[in-house]
Design a protein around this ligand. Sequence first.
Ligand code: PMP
Length: 396
Amino acid sequence: MSKVLDAFLQENLQELRDQGLYNEIDPVEGPNGPIIKIKGKDLINLSSNNYLGLATDEDLKKLNIAATEKYGVGAGAVRTINGTLDIHIELEKKLAEFKGTEAAISYQSGFNCNMAAISAVMNKQDAILSDELNHASIIDGCRLSGAKIIRVNHQDMDDLRAKAKEAKESGQYGKLMYITDGVFSMDGDIAKLPEIVEIAKEFDLITYVDDAHGSGVLGKGKGTVKHFGLEKEIDFQIGTLSKAIGVVGGYVAGTQNLIDWLKVRSRPFLFSTALPAGDVAAIMGALDKIMASTELHDKLWENGHYLKDGLKKLGFNIGVSETPITPCIIGDEKLTQEFSKRLIEEGVYAKSIVFPTVAKGTGRVRNMPTAAHTEEMLNDALAIYEKVGKELGVIS
Ligand code: PMP
């Protein structure tokens, strides 16, 4: 064992523990549904991204098992050698249909997908304008590309316009790209895509939307780009298959040329083993369900409104969310952490999110209602919110 490594780990782990920043993980002892079991106790789960409840869907489980029986548990190789199964091709056709594009490519995760797609197209001669609240995988993908990164104030279209103009007029860069989340996961606000498209046209920006939290949720399930009817305008539609779709994986949907390029230049496609068949079959089943009916989507929104209205009536600050994501903004970091701890003790699993994930003084407990919650569960959660809110003086 290296003494240098050991000293580095000891010192840094201790520092994190001393500052209360070491994240202890409590494993979930069963399915990640609307009720989860942790340390033997059932809790109302308001922390999963399982928006439509599909992660535990019985039909999808059967599809997964049948495909595993047919193909085995692993794809056996990377996509470009012999890891491409016929159902990967079928999945990618379905993803393109889902997103209204010519083609699509799948990856092993949403995180992987951002690393893959940004760095396959952008390089050190280029510049990427990026919303300051974009997801970590976007930030890492931008860094990996070597392009100049220009941070844009959150959802500030004047700032985007000014920085795009400056970058374009400087003549310093090759390609310019603007990247945004479709729905921002900490506040639940929706990217202003119509204005973004207008600015992109004016300054020749390539447009890139990571719709991890919009797919299944907006556009009758088809996502934020569909919500605004901009399928022909956005160059990269990125998504994850692990949130509303309920399984695992990521994808890019776009033109045939874009997808052809990613198949030869995006490194996780070339050098990392393909998604297992069971997952692919379950993903296709989920996409079929979302495209066939808006029932789950409608239930998600109904539950989202119910929880939001309930929290608002109790006097909580739920911020600017335009989607079912419902933050309860407490402010002070320590109080936020205490609030979440007490909720969990009382039976609601809703995690605190504090600086540096969100700005200082805007600590919050984030709630993710899903289509699988019942009104009774939400009522129970609201009663616990009221109890803990009064006890800690967050509401009167
Ligand atoms: N992009 C965004 C905006 C996300 O919120 C997430 C997940 N937190 C990811 C990408 C990564 O997706 P995955 O979990 O599939 O790796």
